[in-house]
Ligand binder design. Structure first.
Ligand code: C5P
Length: 224
């Protein structure tokens, strides 16, 4: 069967990664969480005390740091590794969410990560979620979905995800973080978050995860 690229873009906490993972599983496709890669670079810069505007140091990190994904043998979860160490839980912390959009505006960071994402998807048969997949990483993706949802619902979802990891954050702080990230992500000069002209819009406010998955699968069948 023809191997496609499925691009799932949209705002934070709309259910992109849950949907993308389930679609990849059903189709036996690879799954790439591009947000995790921006989070990984952010974690590394913070841990090494590298200022985001120290461009020579940031460029050196982009050359030296190895970012990869591995599938957990028991849970099947796709986990982010930095230089061979599992950092999946660390990159999900609120301190990373609070800084990641500042790192993802840096053109050098975007160029390096977009190039790596293009290599990861070059054989196609991949579901990739992020902000610029359908516009910049794979403008020729056969399926493009742009996801959105009501702000309060997005914040409640993020709050539950954090609580599952024992991080208890007031709803107002999460709403503030999501608003700031949406703003920075949509207004940056380099590959801003926007709906590709040929992307189908999916508002997840009133639908279940399985309905979201069915919606994407329907798009896939129409593209085959
Ligand atoms: O998807 P997630 O919320 O984990 O993404 C974290 C951040 O990474 C986003 O708010 C955005 O700043 C950045 N990002 C990006 N381009 C992507 C994926 C994520 O700029 N393709």
């Amino acid at each position: 069967m023809k191997q496609l690229v499925i691009a799932i873009d949209g705002y934070s906490s709309c259910g992109k990664s849950t949907t993308a993972k389930a679609v990849a599983h059903l189709l036996h496709y690879a799954y790439v969480d591009t947000g995790a890669m921006y989070r990984g670079v952010t974690l590394h810069l913070l841990e090494h005390g590298i200022a985001f505007d120290d461009l020579p140091a940031v460029e050196q990190v982009l050359k030296d740091l190895t970012i990869s994904f591995r599938r957990h043998p028991q849970t099947g979860r796709n986990e982010l590794f930095l230089d061979g160490a599992n950092r999946e839980d660390d990159i999900r912390q609120m301190r990373i969410s609070n800084s990641v959009s500042e790192v993802s505006v840096i053109p050098q960071v975007r160029h390096a990560l977009v190039a790596q994402q293009q290599r990861m998807g070059r054989k196609r048969g991949v579901v990739m979620d992020g902000r610029d997949i359908g516009t910049t990483v794979f403008p020729d993706a056969e399926v493009k979905v742009f996801m959105t949802a009501d702000m309060e619902l997005r914040a409640r979802r993020r709050q539950m995800e954090l609580a599952d990891k024992d991080e208890h954050v007031p709803l107002a702080d999460i709403i503030d973080n999501l608003r700031k990230r949406d703003h920075i992500d949509s207004t940056r000069a380099e590959s801003p978050l926007r709906r590709a002209t040929d992307a189908v819009l999916l508002d997840t406010t009133h639908i279940t995860i399985s309905e979201q998955v069915d919606f994407v699968i329907d798009q896939v069948f129409s593209a085959l």
